[in-house]
Design a protein around this ligand. Sequence first.
Ligand code: CA
Ligand code: CA
Length: 173
Amino acid sequence: MDSAEYERKVAFRFAAFDQDGNGYIDRADFSAAAARLLAEFGTTARCDKGQALYTGAEALWQGMAGIADVDGDQRVTRAEFAGGAVKRLRDNPERFAEIARPFLRAALAVADRDNEGAASVPAVERALRVLGATPQTAAFAARSLDADHEGKVAEDAAVAAFADYFTVIAPDA
Ligand code: CA
Ligand code: CA
């Protein structure tokens, strides 16, 4: 992978976190993501699922800030993300997975509108689209999260895929 391609991959990851597109990642991006998911699935912020989602989003922001906000100004700039965060995430994917797990668990619960115990593949596809994935990417990612082809996405699959996406930006990725 040449450096231009590497930069492009880092830029995609950064944009995925920068939900409001203002050029830096901060707490507002994580609450925006939570609000979009709740609106998409017609869930209120006050119910148990909504509260768990906001709690998970805050934990994910705190974890991201702890890893990437080098100057401690409560914003992760593109330079902070590209310079240190990508490397540190890559060196410690398990830690990042655990930081993301509460948010992902809560997001899957929100997407599981019928309380069937797991989110369906189409629901996960909707969730990814509302968080900014292209229709094609969302469809592909949701399908690949359903490893056993039972039409559902399990928490562990989502956590592993999330950690992989944000940590495996190695030359062979
Ligand atoms: Ca932002
Ligand atoms: Ca900063």
